[in-house]
Write a protein that binds this ligand. Structure first.
Ligand SMILES: *Cc1c(COP(=O)(O)O)cnc(C)c1O
Length: 384
């Protein structure tokens, strides 16, 4: 049996071990463990990579979202338009801040927020739009920004899964996803495209006033030590993590290209396979394939059978996400019911993500795809 990982958290390290070991040892020997030079260096390099004036490192991608919404100065009950087809963190921070998530459908082809469904959800309490660049693919930012501008809304981009993906500004200038809206957030969780060896996150903005507030909120609402202008949190990026991330950042474009190459291979191997839809994407840098996600038109029973069978044969796969946020137990207060977002609910029954990482090779992919094809063929002959 071939050994296949869903994500490979150690493969990249093995390639650049001496550089990372040296960077970590440097921090250990420096004694500067919090907000030291390693953090400043990574922050500056990340600002250059993202081509954005302000980068605020923080403790994780969930904090990044929470701090972003704290900085906007919204009132309890203010509404934020966001997809329900996302990771819980996107919506959790809204709930914590007593903001009201208003869910919109996603485009089943791209899995991203459908701009056409936004306007109908705008009320006099709407303050912000929160798109998620799901699975690594940039959402339609020009369309979202144009709606936001018409209605005077903030846009916060959840870029946890898409660091390095390309999007564009209103005038068509290419820009990294996460730098188009008023604020962008990301995560350096180990399995993300730029993964630390622990937790980490960052916030991006082009606005100097917002940057000042974001910095202050991450540091207990303080500018001058022991003077606190506002209520903040303690959310910092570890110096050790910053040193590791700084080494990996230099290779991020190459890592993302390796993921795209793996996606092209999957696309080719799945071409013409009945009942399987490969992801819709443009090969223009706008997708960095955090996940490679298939849709099985046959639905939940077939999908779950495929996952169980793959697992039994040593091939990992994941369902991102089996339950949409609007139907989660902890989120019933918002009053949504089954059937409210049919496209989203269908996707939760159809999607399955296959192994995707920078160390995946074609032999492994042929092996995976052969298994998927055989399992689906056998299942469809035993079920009517
Ligand atoms: C991973 C992730 C987050 C949260 O990041 P953490 O660093 O784990 O807190 C937020 N949103 C999305 C879409 C994610 O995938």
């Amino acid at each position: 049996m071939m050994k296949i990982h869903m994500v490979d958290t150690i493969g990249q390290y093995q390639q650049i071990q001496s550089e990372i070991d040296a960077a970590v040892l440097d921090v250990v020997r420096s004694g500067a463990y919090i907000n030291g030079p390693a953090v400043k260096r990574f922050q500056a390099h990340l600002a250059t990579f993202m081509d954005v004036p302000h980068v605020i490192p923080c403790a994780n991608g969930t904090d990044a979202l929470q701090v972003a919404f704290m900085a906007l100065g919204l009132e309890p009950g203010d509404e934020v338009i966001t997809p329900s087809f996302t990771y819980i963190a996107t919506v959790e921070v809204l709930a914590l801040l007593r903001l009201k998530p208003v869910f919109v459908e996603v485009d089943p082809e791209t899995f991203n927020m459908d701009p056409a469904s936004i306007e109908a959800k705008i009320t006099d309490r709407t303050r912000a739009i929160l798109p998620v660049h799901l699975y690594g693919q940039a959402a339609d930012m020009p369309a979202i920004m144009s709606i936001a501008e018409t209605y005077g809304l903030y846009v916060v981009e959840d870029t946890a899964q898409a660091i390095g993906a390309m999007s564009s500004l209103a005038d068509g200038t290419p820009a990294r996803a996460g730098t188009v809206g008023h604020i962008g957030t990301t995560s350096f969780y180990p399995s993300k495209n730029l993964g630390a060896f622990g937790d980490g996150g960052a916030i991006f903005t082009r606005d100097a006033d917002l940057a000042e507030r974001l910095w202050s909120i991450c540091n207990h609402g303080s500018h001058t030590r022991y003077y606190h202008d506002r209520v903040g949190v303690n959310s910092r990026l570890d110096a050790v993590q910053a040193a590791i991330l700084d080494v990996k950042l230099q290779r991020l474009d190459a890592y993302n290209e390796a993921r795209r190459e793996a996606a092209r291979t999957y696309d080719r191997l799945f071409a013409g396979v009945e009942g399987v839809r490969t992801p819709a994407w443009k090969d223009d840098g706008s997708h960095v394939f955090h996940q490679y996600t298939l849709r099985l038109a046959a639905g939940r029973e077939t999908r779950d059978h495929l996952q169980a069978q793959l697992g039994a044969e040593g091939i990992p796969s994941m369902i991102y996400y089996p339950v949409p946020i609007h139907l989660q137990q902890g989120y019933t207060d918002y009053g949504y019911q089954s059937g409210d977002l049919p496209l989203t609910e269908n996707l939760t029954a159809e999607v399955i993500s296959l192994p995707m990482h920078t160390e995946l090779d074609e032999t492994q992919q042929v092996y995976i795809v052969d298994h998927v094809k055989r399992i689906l063929r056998t299942f469809s002959t035993i079920t009517p």
